[in-house]
Ligand binder design. Structure first.
Ligand code: SF4
Ligand code: SF4
Length: 118
């Protein structure tokens, strides 16, 4: 009897601006902000960072990082502090296992934010 190979179908990895999944979370402590991160954020830091005792985190809003701009007209997700984003965000490489995990677990949320569904 012929065996059936188990193949997990991986869809192509989207451009980050068409995805946004890793910028979504319901956790207030999702993105940790280090002292270096805070400095790099410059004048945006005060608006975008909140403190829990001596720990700092990116502020969350509507289920995603407050720095994320959701363009409903174009369907784009743009980080408004891309050049100065925290190290955690810099470390998440598009196409990595972590990225695929983000898409797998949270891929629907950006679409819901756009008012679209699959
Ligand atoms: S989950 Fe991956 S493809 Fe989507 S925005 Fe983040 S890094 Fe880019
Ligand atoms: S700082 Fe930018 S890249 Fe990082 S979670 Fe927020 S919107 Fe996404």
């Amino acid at each position: 009897m012929m065996g059936h190979p188990i193949v997990t179908d991986s869809p192509p990895i989207p451009e980050c601006t068409a995805c946004g999944a890793c910028c979504f979370s319901r956790l207030a402590t999702y993105i940790r902000v280090s002292g270096d991160d805070y400095q790099r954020l410059g004048e945006r830091a005060e608006d975008l960072v909140w403190f829990d005792a001596n720990r700092a985190y990116m502020r969350m809003s509507d289920g995603h990082c407050a720095a994320l701009v959701v363009h409903k007209d174009t369907g784009e997700f743009l980080c408004s502090v891309y050049e100065t984003r925290p190290q955690t965000c810099r470390d998440l490489a598009r196409g990595s296992g972590a990225c695929l995990g983000e898409i797998d677990t949270k891929g629907e949320r950006p679409l819901i934010a756009l008012g679209r569904s699959r």
